[in-house]
Design a protein around this ligand. Sequence first.
Ligand code: ZN
Length: 503
Amino acid sequence: MGEASMRIGVLHFSHETVTFLKNDTTLEDFIYPGSPAKGEPGSPANGEALLKFDPKSYMGGFVKMAREFAGVELVGIESPLWPKTYMGSGWVTQDAYETFVGRMIAEIKADKPFDGIYLCLHGAMAVRGVPRPEAELARRVREAVGPQAFIAATFDLHGNEDDEFLKYADMAFTVKYFPHYDGYLQGERAARTLVRAVRGDYKPAHVTAKIPIISPTVLQWTGASPWMDLVQRALVWEAREPDVYINVFFGFPFADVPDVGMTIQVLTNGNPELAANVCRDMAETTWRQRKALLTSTKIHSIPEGVALAKQAVQKGETPVVLADHSDRSGYATWLLKEIIAQDLSNTLIATVTDAAATAKLRDRGAKAGDLFDMEVGGLADESAGDPVRIQGTILNAGEGHGQFWVSIEFGRGNVLVLSTYLVQIMEPFSLKALGLDIGAFEIMAIKSRVHFRRGFHDNGFAKTILLVEPTEPFLGTVHLDKLPYENVALKDYYPYGNPVFPQ
Ligand SMILES: [Zn+2]
């Protein structure tokens, strides 16, 4: 390649913070070694390691598309990857945020000039003492790169954002589907639009609207109306108006931050009037559907869900997925307990998180064939319930993805998988790595809200899907009014009060 004609700095800072969890997300949680042999990157990452860390999602799409343009140089600026705790941790400490952002800004200043910056974000990161961490990052990046450079970002639709972000950044591209199938596509769009903006071919003109609707994530599956109708409406606008991009943030209610709720962003090429029109249409359409948005998915109690799973097995409607959508720590044992109480068979429970038990088993050199008799899970907080005693035989034990996994056979063909951290099983066949015969299970009890639909539902694998949550309104509950918000006034949001629309 000849002399670069365009330099783009690339940053990553993503977390979906459940601020109601007791364990903060610390600096240490963001720092871990990778295992190059398995293609697993360490964190923080820079240069090519950063650019290559997530090839099938936002980063992969961005890098692939940016490199299709001659003369574009990408500079991977040192960035933390997802923390070890993944989504199972609370407030990001100010220390962690300031350390990484401080290094990013110093590196940008030392390595100037940049024509553009790509921010690979999630949007639902919550940082102690920083009310809008993504907008604050954009503000500091803007200050460092100067007014001429263009800043583009990608987001998860669970981002909690208001109009602050696009005051400092020029462009944002959010996935439209939940599960998030289009991360790669949005990365590509960000790259192409950023390159065009730097070349003077795209002049970002945008509008942001906040919609006072707050909803639990389990309801936000875009396989059902009216969530899918919002996706469709955005796609129609994008199809009929070249260079229009629409972001519909569904929001993440388990972060106690001032910008929760739904948000629409519309981006046009130098046409603020069109942006305003499209944004008004999207916002009004969303608001009209508010009641249906909140009733799109049926949630069962755990005893009811387990009983329905049994019935589905009798009718041959297997495999059955029992998804406890509400467990935010991974330690919850409510479903496990009920599976034992109702004597289910050929059931896979994946996973129950238990850092202490898995550490003990690792230290003890646990291996296949060992007898197992331990209390597992529970106790992380009240939402996790009590530990449950499991007696059985270890099928498999070993390291993987930075944690220790143990699978235990018990009862009549049941298998429990223990993990060190919260694990959301999205694809049944990801469990094959644990030596499990996936086809042998009639029921799979997992911890997931919507992401599991990728590998269990939208591909036709499971014949029965049952979403459950404990009777008590714990922290992942659909009953948001039972959560101890301090920074959110629920009365300002539908369905909890009489919010004003438009805001
Ligand atoms: Zn998400």
